[in-house]
Structures are given as structure tokens and as C-alpha cells.
Design a protein around this ligand. Structure first.
Ligand code: KG4
Ligand code: ZN
Length: 342
């Protein structure tokens, strides 16, 4: 089966062609393309929804054409179209949803609506190398992105239960906001990671909010305030101070995410842990997490390739294979407020 997938929930315009055999456990990418309007947003320190949507209108059709060409297939080979319906920016979502609906109608292909948050978890079902271990259920899913920090338990592909999430800022948002205080452009996550490599682990220790609470909730706004206080005490920041603050912020976020997710894995006897979302591209998070997981006996920790952690259409196609629910194009609508629900 071959799926053409779209992702336009934030500033990216992405399309991908995926293939999966009926009994195959993993999805294969035939082609994937992501066009970003990020350079336009670096100047403004964040995404301006109107600017993002206008660029997406420009990019979407050329990207569809290129993606089909790259996959070396014909339109008749496509069995279904998948599209992110939410959560996300309404103007951006509409570009993907309306394009997918139009193509579904004129090409006469079924349409599969996909929740963006599930997409981040299903990026782990994309084949990355031949030595991949099988994902077993129950699994704990963790989404750490610019807009979300959520933990779910997956009993199977059809039964996924939300356990907790952030009460204020998401993990990626904390990276971006603190980065801004440090004078970094948007998105600051990768820049903080780079600075943190030079940081002194003992120089500054920031609080680990909610790390010991019995729930699976997160709160990162206090961390932002703690970083702000530290920054305000200085007239100007030296390179060393920027590196030390970056290390302290990253480590606080990594520690909280790791502790809470492993607690969920223990409580639900998880056989696999699936991490996804832009912040999962952070190497310190992956290394720390895998080490801590292994100590507690969890060997099956899956993290997608860096390019599949940040927003892309391949993950949307991957989710569509496992949650295949055919719809007619008339029934599909953009849902900016969509949450963790099937
Ligand atoms: O998943 P994503 O591409 O978009 C959303 O769905 O939000 O995530 C983007 C977020 C941004 O906040 C960005 O700063 C963060 O992921 N991010 C990182 C890294 N790469 C991206 N955060 C920390 N370390 C990274 N290497
Ligand atoms: Zn995302």
C-alpha cells in the first residue's frame, strides 16, 4: 500500500510518499520533502501565523509534484492520502487539509485524517535501518515538541490513553523562550544544545519542576523565571555564562522528562518507550534517557532519526497506516484545538 501524506500544522510545508506491506511492522519512506519558512521567523523571534500560511500556499503544489517525482511513482499507484488535521495553526492546517481534500476528490482516493501528536510518536514506526528491534505493547509514548509535552500509554494501535502533559510551557517552548533571553534566534533548542556542550555542569543548578510529583504533568514556566533571574543579575553575559546557563536549562529539562517518562514506563509495565517531537532531536536527552532507562531495565527505547523528530510528513503517513480509517473528503475538517484522542 502506498500513501501520500501532508503536514502543514506549523511553519513547515511537507509531503511524503510511504509504503508498507500488510504484515510488515515498519513503514518505508519512498520520498519525503520539507520546505520551511523558518528563516523568515528567525528575525521576528517566533512564527507569525499569517506569514507561515502565505508561504505554505506558495510551497504546497510544487512540493507534491516533487515528492511524487522523487518516489518515481504515478498518481494511480497512490492508494490513499493522509493529512494532519490538528492541532496547529488554523491558517497553516487549512492549506494542507484543503489541498488533501481537493486531491482526494479529483484523484478519487480515500482521505485519512491524522492527529499531529500521534504522528510524532509514529515516526518511530518508520524503518531506519535493518537492525531495528520490534516495538512491543504496552508502550509509553512521549511527545516533546515546541507546542506539546505529553505522555501517553499505548496498549495497541487503537487504544491510546493520555497520562499527563504540561500545565504551562512545553519543553521546546522553554528552550525557545530561554534562548530568546540569551539573545538566540528562533528556534533556540538546537543552539542551546550546542552551547551546553561547552557549559560547566556544576556552575548553575536550576530547579526541576514537578520531578517528584506522582502525576505525569510537567511545568516549565518556573524554569524560564529562574533563568531570567540569573540573566538579569548580569550586566552582560559572557560566552561562558551563556554556555553554563544553556547546560543548566538543558539538564533540568532532560532530568524532568526522563524521570517522569520512566515512572510511567514502570507503572504501566511498558515493553517499549517511543519518544518523538522536535526536542527528541536533542542528543543529551537521548543519551541521558537511554542510560537511565537501561538502569531500570528498559532496553527498548526508540527515538526517530533527527530529521523525523522535527515536523515532517513521513510521520503523518506512518500514523495513517496503523490507524487507517477511510473518510470521504467531505467529512474532513481542520481542528486547531485537537488533542490526544483517536
Ligand atoms: O516537533 P517540532 O518540529 O514542532 C512542533 O510540533 O512544535 O518541534 C520544534 C521544537 C522547537 O521548540 C525547537 O526549539 C525544538 O523543537 N528543538 C530542539 C532541538 N531541535 C529542535 N530542542 C532542543 N534540542 C534540539 N536539538
Ligand atoms: Zn510537531
Amino acid at each position: 500500500m502506498i500513501i501520500l501524506a501532508f503536514e502543514t500544522s506549523c511553519d513547515e510545508t511537507a509531503a511524503a510518499i510511504l509504503q508498507k506491506g500488510k504484515y510488515e511492522p515498519f513503514v518505508r519512506i519512498k520520498s519525503t520533502n520539507v520546505a520551511s519558512s523558518l528563516p523568515l521567523h528567525a528575525k521576528t523571534g517566533g512564527i507569525i501565523p499569517e506569514v507561515a500560511a502565505r508561504k505554505q500556499i506558495e510551497y504546497i503544489l510544487p512540493i507534491v509534484e516533487k515528492t511524487i517525482k522523487d518516489a518515481n511513482i504515478a498518481i494511480v499507484d497512490i492508494d490513499a492520502i493522509a493529512v494532519t488535521i490538528g492541532p496547529g495553526l488554523i491558517g497553516s492546517l487549512l492549506v494542507g487539509v484543503e489541498t488533501a481534500k481537493t486531491l482526494s476528490y479529483i484523484w478519487d482516493k480515500p482521505l485519512i485524517p491524522v492527529n499531529h501528536l500521534f504522528g510524532h510518536i509514529y515516526a518511530n514506526f518508520i524503518q531506519q535501518d535493518s537492525s531495528l528491534a520490534f516495538i512491543e505493547f504496552p508502550a509509553i509514548g512521549l511527545v516533546v515538541s515546541g507546542g506539546h509535552t505529553d505522555i501517553v500509554v499505548m496498549y495497541n494501535h487503537k487504544k491510546i490513553q493520555w497520562l499527563g502533559g504540561t500545565r504551562d510551557d512545553a519543553a521546546g517552548e522553554a528552550f525557545d523562550k530561554i534562548g530568546r533571553l540569551l539573545g538566540m534566534p528562533y528556534p533556540a533548542g538546537p543552539l542551546i544544545e550546542k552551547q551546553a556542550e561547552k557549559g560547566d555542569p556544576k556552575a548553575i543548578i536550576f530547579p526541576r519542576p514537578l520531578i517528584s510529583s506522582p502525576d505525569f504533568d510537567f511545568s516549565f514556566s518556573g524554569l524560564k523565571t529562574a533563568a531570567l533571574r540569573t540573566i538579569e543579575r548580569e550586566k552582560s553575559l559572557s560566552q561562558k555564562q551563556i554556555a553554563d546557563i544553556s547546560y543548566a536549562v538543558q539538564q533540568a529539562i532532560v532530568d524532568v522528562i526522563t524521570a517522569k517518562t520512566l515512572r510511567a514506563a514502570e507503572k504501566y509495565n511498558a515493553k517499549s518507550i517511543l519518544i518523538g517531537g522536535g526536542v527528541a532531536a536533542n542528543k543529551a536527552l537521548c543519551v541521558n534517557f537511554k542510560k537511565a532507562a537501561s538502569k531500570k531495565g528498559f532496553q527498548k527505547v526508540f527515538v526517530p532519526h533527527k530529521n523525523l523528530c522535527t515536523d515532517n510528513a513521513a510521520m503523518i503517513g506512518a500514523a495513517a497506516f496503523f490507524q487507517y480509517q477511510k473518510h470521504s473528503w467531505e467529512d474532513i475538517q481542520a481542528k486547531p484545538e485537537l488533542y490526544f484522542q483517536l
